[in-house]
Design a protein around this ligand. Structure first.
Ligand code: SF4
Length: 554
């Protein structure tokens, strides 16, 4: 077609008119004006020496490695730490803006009792009184830390109970604990050795696990290849970001994951596509097809594809015994490229979702997701750095924010590599804060503080002489001549890594778990933070990385 000068003029005029009536330029102008405003709560950066510290993010149990730019002792910027063995330089949107959170307008600045401002002395007296009157239940969301040990010891001393709010990725491993006796806290996925990953709605390329862990693996082994070394089969209702980038995407109705897992397992067993033995699902192939909306031939093709490149592992987005049973049939439990045992830890956690015992008081640690509402009539003492809105709490107790207390970071959930890191207090809180562990130690001086527990954990690492410390370079623990030096290196941002997970544990599954169509929710949407930094808010809401709950329900 020949394009005349007149056509060009008409198109240009049309484009200009179109630009005026679209919301795009006005939205950009609006954004620019909002983000360039000087809100009264935004601190003015002080002039002073600039230094960069290496540490780990403690906002959630994934513990991503980060570099923090400090100006005169205040964090003013963060970036991912490329040498971190798990996150490998990646951070989630919340992590990128974490230094902004200490100045968030919803930061808890005072002790609150009901709607009144109170004091730490009053809170301490009320808690001590409650402890004298009956048992205390302690709930936390980030188990395995030195601070967790303080919380657990306290609940035992009080004849109370210690409960844990587990993330959806950890809950997806719970079924194996029931069948093998190995605690969920020491189970993990050996993704590095897998050749086929069958994801039942788990957002593997969109925030699942530790940011950077799977995305980097995918970029190295699969992205853009027609016949990659690593296949990702995404079984999900909608064309999510993970589904769009997967090697194969099959759309299934929400809630049909258990039926699909049973259908695939039936084909694997009937056609002898796997060597492993497992119980035959009671669901027939026709019933599985009816539940999933897929034809029996599509189910057969799917099973054959999974069996054609092994090791293969199935990953559920939350607790789903049928998906776990599929892994038993695939022979992927206790095997390389499947579910492995990360450590010899034997600690079992009781979920906070189970019915809580009757108690006089409930202590909720700041690591518990804000929207967790305990079902209790006890007096609730809730620690939090930020006020996320309505919450069932009689007392709200301001906790340290980002880098305001020393914490340790145990192995990240789902990762087969055992790690240990320390995040030292690098900055001061602008008002009086106490973590739940500090609060308990201040009430009972016989308790060992979290800092002392961290030192003794460094001594254990030194004595065991296993693994290596990863800083600029990797130094085996055996080369350190004192526990003190390990402690110093960890406080400067080094990360201890153990060996890869240990396969070969026994898992007994006598009968196929009952299949109920569930309304399991995608884990990318059930990780609520009490507040978001401005940068993360923009990324979450406008990039569809994680849909806001109100949009989801619209
Ligand atoms: S996932 Fe985000 S919030 Fe969690 S540790 Fe990593 S950067 Fe921090």
């Amino acid at each position: 077609m020949k394009i005349s000068r007149r056509d060009l003029l008409v198109w240009s005029a049309g484009a200009a008119a179109g630009l005026i009536v679209t919301p795009v330029p006005w939205k950009l102008l609006d954004d620019t004006s909002i983000w360039s405003q000087n809100w009264p709560w935004i601190p003015q950066p002080v002039r002073g020496p600039i230094e960069v510290k290496q540490t780990s993010c403690t906002l959630c149990p994934k513990g991503c490695g980060m570099k923090v730019k400090m100006a005169a002792g205040w964090p003013v910027g963060v970036a991912g730490l490329g040498s971190h063995p798990i996150s490998r330089g990646a951070l989630c949107p919340l992590g990128f803006g974490v230094h902004q959170l200490n100045w968030h307008p919803q930061r808890l600045r005072f002790v609150r009792h009901g709607s009144q401002i109170s004091s730490w002395n009053d809170a301490g007296a009320a808690f001590a009184k409650a402890c004298n009157e009956g048992p205390v239940v302690v709930i936390e969301g980030y188990p395995g830390r030195a601070a967790s040990s303080v919380l657990e010891t306290f609940s035992q001393k009080q004849n109370g109970s210690y409960r844990v709010v587990l993330g959806s990725e950890t809950r997806a491993l719970e079924a194996y604990e029931a069948w093998s006796g190995v605690p969920t806290s020491s189970l993990a996925y050996d993704l590095e050795s897998a050749k086929t990953i069958v994801s039942f709605g788990a957002p593997l390329l969109d925030g699942w696990g530790t940011p950077g862990q799977f995305t980097r693996l995918w970029a190295e082994r699969a992205a853009g290849k027609t016949n990659p070394q690593l296949r990702l089969i995404q079984l999900e209702a909608t064309l999510s970001r993970t589904a769009a980038r997967a090697w194969q995407w099959t759309s299934i109705p929400v809630g049909s994951e258990s039926g699909l897992a049973a259908g695939v397992a039936r084909v694997l067993l009937e056609e002898r596509l796997v060597a492993a033995h497992g119980p035959m699902p009671s669901l027939t192939l026709a019933e599985a097809a009816a539940q999933t909306g897929l034809s029996t031939e599509v189910l057969r093709d799917l099973a054959r594809t999974i069996a054609s490149q092994t090791p293969a592992v199935a990953i559920a987005s939350d607790d789903n015994p049928a998906v776990a049973a599929l892994n038993v049939v695939l022979g992927s439990v206790g095997a390389r490229g499947g579910i492995v045992r990360r450590s010899k830890r034997t600690q079992h956690y009781i979920s906070a979702d189970a019915e809580l015992p009757s108690a006089r008081a409930l202590l909720v640690d700041a690591s518990v997701p804000w929207d967790f509402v305990p079902k209790t009539n006890a007096e609730v003492f809730r620690f939090a750095a930020w006020d996320g809105g309505s919450s069932k709490a009689d007392w709200l107790l301001p906790s340290p924010g980002f880098l305001e207390e020393t914490n340790d970071i145990p192995s990240t959930p789902t990762s087969a590599i055992e790690t240990y890191a320390v995040s030292p207090a690098l900055t001061k809180a602008p008002h009086e804060v106490q973590s739940a562990a500090q609060f308990l130690c201040s009430l009972d001086p016989t308790f060992t503080t979290a800092e002392k527990i961290i030192h003794s954990r460094c001594e254990e690492l030194f004595r065991a002489r296993i693994g290596a410390l990863q800083a600029q370079e990797r130094t085996p623990v055996a080369k350190f001549d004192s526990a003190q030096k390990i402690d110093e290196q960890l406080s400067k941002g080094a990360i201890w890594t153990g060996g890869p997970g240990i396969p070969g544990f026994k898992c007994v599954l006598k009968e196929w778990p009952s299949v109920n169509p569930s309304d399991s929710e995608n884990s990318s949407t059930i990780w609520p933070a009490p507040v978001l930094p401005p940068l993360a808010t923009k990324l979450y809401r406008e990039s569809s990385l994680r849909e806001a709950s109100e949009m989801r329900n619209a």
